[in-house]
Design a protein around this ligand. Structure first.
Ligand code: C2O
Ligand code: CU
Ligand code: CU
Length: 477
């Protein structure tokens, strides 16, 4: 029954050109660490200009998740899919082989790469048994951060992602080599939820559940239920957390430990921010450090109850999580040789200057059965928004509905706007727009012409029409 077909994953890195000195990074962080930590960082040089070349086979298979077997969808037999690592300037070639019983494709969530051709083009379709060769080059100034890939066929996105098709795409940069960052062991936590029947068949939700946004009762972190994460007394660890669930919003807390947030969706913050709680909507990522400064023991990373609302009265609401669920256990083990503080300064990010265009997007539902943006449900044959390459725009998402909608824009990241209209210098590509409220973001359409998408990342909402097309064009003079 278990057809565990192992596909060889080939990641070929061209190592001809190496980044030869870390000195600049060290000087900026002001060499205060023990020399061993510095040596460790030096042993791990960042390469520039390499090639990431791999084959991703999407297939339906019996896969173990969280101690159960499910007839799920996986990339290369793994849930989540393989972690892809690249550097700014790298060429990325991915052959997607579709062995699913349905048409699929790939989207590179958050990457600033073309949305046309065989790059991050969600209009491409890969029918069963066919292969498509994706290929793009990461801009040499691409921010270092945690991105991800998943299928994006309109109408099937929620099913395919919730059956397991999601993987992390890390872009590493010089900033990852700050000794205070690199000195910490790093883990990637992919949050997914599955709904399986007693035989392990995934349950296909009814229309009411789709309207709410499907949630699975089996919550896994990188394919496991409450895995252990080790931390040394006095040391640090780094966690890149990705919400790859199709609808579930995680309100996270760690017993007795604050999160030292160093990055959001699209890269590093300008400085670490201490937070006791993190709300992570579908599509969002957070990059945090934790310090082992509590008495040795076990501490839970918890997902606390969160109400994301419902579309109206008399609706079968979502299964509300009533109590805290343990996502992972932080376990103290050993003693760190060195102890250090985080740098007070991380990335250089300028707030985007004043926008020349301001737009409003009204989120809604039609007859309670489909979802819309500015009154329209998605159509492949229509461009909803036309913008000029190089323009800076303010986009305001207004949500009069009774339900939260995490809004996401492809290709170009954005900065959140404060009430006074100024931009917060941090790159995001997905933002939670809570029920009966609004959120404004500022974006700049850089480098790439073409059609890309913006949509709600509750993938059932996207499939039911809460998506629209943006066309970016050079101004015709
Ligand atoms: Cu992660 Cu258009 O999506
Ligand atoms: Cu995306
Ligand atoms: Cu939504």
């Amino acid at each position: 029954m278990l057809l565990a077909v192992r596909v060889r994953l080939e990641i070929v890195r061209n190592s001809s050109k190496m980044y030869t000195s870390n000195r600049r990074v060290f000087l900026r962080s002001g060499i205060t660490l023990a020399s061993a930590l510095v040596l460790r960082a030096q042993g791990n040089r960042v390469q520039t200009r390499g090639t990431v070349d791999l084959r991703l086979e999407a297939r339906q298979d019996w896969i173990e998740v969280g101690g159960r077997y499910g007839r799920l969808y996986a990339f290369n037999g793994q849930i989540p899919g393989p972690v892809i690592e690249a550097y700014p300037g790298d060429e990325v070639k991915i052959a997607l082989l579709n062995r699913l019983p349905e048409t699929t494709n790939l989207h590179f969530h958050g990457l600033h790469v073309p949305s046309t051709g065989n790059a991050d083009n969600v209009m491409l379709r890969v029918p069963p048994q066919e292969t498509l060769n994706y290929s793009f080059t990461l801009p040499s100034d691409h921010p270092a951060g945690t991105f991800w890939y998943h299928p994006h066929v309109h109408g099937s996105a929620a099913r395919q992602v919730s059956r397991g098709l999601a993987g992390v795409f890390i872009v590493r940069g010089e900033i990852d080599q700050l000794p205070e960052i690199q000195g910490a062991p790093e883990s990637v936590l992919v949050l997914q939820d599955f709904d399986l029947d007693a035989q392990g068949e995934p349950l296909e939700p009814g229309i009411m559940e789709k309207i709410s946004g499907r949630e699975g009762r089996l919550i896994t972190v990188s394919g496991r239920v409450s895995p252990r994460i080790n931390i040394q007394s006095g040391g640090w660890i780094r966690l890149r957390i990705v919400n790859a669930s199709s609808s579930r919003i995680y309100r996270m807390q760690i017993e007795e430990h604050p999160f030292y947030v160093i990055g959001t969706d699209g890269g590093f913050l300008t400085q670490p921010a201490i937070q006791n709680e993190i709300l992570l909507a579908p599509g969002e990522r957070i990059d945090v450090m934790l310090k082992g400064d509590r008495p040795p023991g076990d501490y839970h990373l918890q997902s606390l109850p969160y109400n994301r609302g419902s579309m109206g009265m008399g609706m079968a609401g979502m299964v509300l999580q009533q109590s805290a669920v343990s996502l992972a256990t932080l376990q103290y083990e050993g003693q760190a040789e060195f102890s250090w503080n985080l740098p007070s300064k991380l990335a250089d990010i300028d707030p985007l200057p004043r926008a020349s265009v301001r737009r409003q997007f009204q989120l809604g539902s039609a007859m309670g059965m489909s979802f819309s943006i500015n009154g329209r449900t998605f159509s492949e044959d229509r461009v909803d928004t036309r913008a000029v390459l190089g323009a800076i725009e303010d986009w305001e998402f207004l949500n009069p509905t009774g339900m939260d909608h995490p809004m996401h824009i492809h290709t170009n990241p954005f900065q959140l706007l404060r009430n006074d209209g100024s931009a917060i210098p941090a790159w995001k590509d997905t933002v939670l727009v809570p029920a009966r409220s609004g959120v404004a973001v500022r974006t700049m359409f850089r480098d790439f012409e073409g059609i890309s998408m913006y949509h709600c990342h509750i993938l059932d909402h996207e499939d039911l029409g809460m998506m629209a097309a943006l066309e970016i064009k050079r101004r015709i003079s």
